[in-house]
Design a protein around this ligand. Structure first.
Ligand code: NAP
Length: 257
C-alpha cells in the first residue's frame, strides 16, 4: 500500500468542536493529508482556520451550539452550499460533568447526553442521508468517525452521564456501521486516552491525580491532540475502506494495563 491510500486531497471534512483540543488536532491532520475543512463550533475557529489554510487547504466556519438538534439541518445545508459534498464527518464536540453518582443532577445528565450522544446521532443521520445518496451515484466511500473515550470500555468515577454517553457512542458506532456499510459509508470511532486539552485541565492541575495517571500510561506521558490526528487520517482514508464499526484506542497503552 502506498501513501496514496492515506491521501485526502480534495475531500471535504466536517469536524465539530474544531476550535481547540482534539477537534483542532484532527482538523489540522486532515488538512495536512489534503482535505478541505468545515469547522463547526460554538466558539470562533479562527485559529484552526488559519492552521488549515497554512497547510494549503480551504476552510469555512459554521457557528452552531450543538447542545440541541435545532442547528443540525442548517449546518449540513451551509456546508453543502459551500462545498457541494461532505466526504468525512468527525463527531468530536463533547462535554463532561463531574459529581458523585449519589448527588448527580438531571441537568448534568441531560446536558452531557444531548451534546455527546443525541446530537452526535442526529448530525450523523443528516450527513449520512447526503453521503449515502452521493456514494451510490459516484461509487466513492464516505467516512464518519466518532470520538469515544476510555469510558466507552471502562466505568470511570463521578462521571455517570459521560460514561453513559461514551458507552452509547460505542454502540451507535457499530449500529451505524451495520446499517450504512452497504450504502458506502464507513463508521468507526477513536477512543482517546488521557489527552492534554481543556477537558482534562483539572486533572492535569491536580498533582496527585496527574502523577497517578502518568504512572499508569505505558507511554509515560499525556497524549497530544496531534496523536489523535494520525488515527483520524487513517480512518477517513481509503486505507480504512474495510474497517467498520471499530473503536480504535489511541491511549499510549492505557487499556493494555
Ligand atoms: P475540549 O478542549 O474541551 O473540546 C471540546 C470541544 O467540544 C470544544 O470545541 C467545545 O467548544 C466543543 N463543544 C462542547 N459543547 C459544545 C456545544 N454545545 N456546541 C458546540 N461545540 C461544543 O476537550 P477535548 O479533550 O478536545 O474533547 C474533544 C472530544 O474528545 C470530546 O468528545 C471528549 O469527550 C473527547 N475525549 C477527550 C479526552 C481527553 O483526554 N481530552 C479523552 C477521551 C475523549 P467550546 O470550546 O466552544 O466549548
Amino acid at each position: 500500500m502506498t501513501n496514496a491510500a492515506f491521501d485526502l486531497t480534495d475531500r471535504t471534512a466536517m469536524v465539530t468542536g474544531a476550535n481547540t483540543g482534539i477537534g483542532q488536532g484532527i482538523a489540522v491532520a486532515l488538512a495536512a493529508a489534503g482535505a478541505d475543512l468545515v469547522l463547526v463550533g460554538r466558539s470562533s475557529c479562527d485559529e484552526t482556520q488559519a492552521l488549515v489554510e497554512q497547510a494549503g487547504r480551504k476552510a469555512m466556519q459554521i457557528r452552531a451550539d450543538l447542545s440541541s438538534i435545532a442547528p443540525v439541518e442548517g449546518v449540513v445545508s451551509q456546508a453543502l452550499d459551500a462545498f457541494a459534498r461532505i466526504d468525512i464527518l468527525v463527531n468530536n464536540a463533547g462535554i463532561i460533568r463531574r459529581e458523585d453518582a449519589l448527588d448527580f443532577s438531571e441537568e448534568d445528565w441531560d446536558a452531557v447526553m444531548d451534546v455527546n450522544l443525541k446530537v452526535l446521532f442526529f448530525l450523523s443521520q443528516a450527513v449520512a442521508r447526503h453521503m449515502t445518496s452521493w456514494a451510490s451515484q459516484h461509487g466513492a466511500r464516505a467516512k464518519i468517525v466518532n470520538i469515544a473515550s476510555m469510558l466507552t470500555f471502562q466505568g470511570g468515577i463521578r462521571v455517570p452521564s459521560y460514561t453513559a454517553s461514551k458507552s452509547g457512542v460505542g454502540g451507535l458506532t457499530k449500529l451505524m456501521a451495520n446499517e450504512w456499510a452497504a450504502k458506502g459509508v464507513n463508521v468507526n470511532a477513536i477512543a482517546p486516552g488521557y489527552i492534554a486539552t481543556n477537558n482534562t485541565a483539572a486533572l492535569q492541575a491536580d498533582e496527585t491525580r496527574n502523577r497517578q495517571i502518568v504512572e499508569r500510561i505505558p507511554e509515560g506521558r499525556w497524549g497530544d491532540p496531534a496523536d489523535i490526528g494520525g488515527a483520524a487520517v487513517f480512518l477517513t482514508s481509503c486505507a480504512a475502506d474495510y474497517v467498520q464499526g471499530h473503536i480504535l484506542a489511541v491511549d499510549g497503552g492505557w487499556l493494555a494495563r
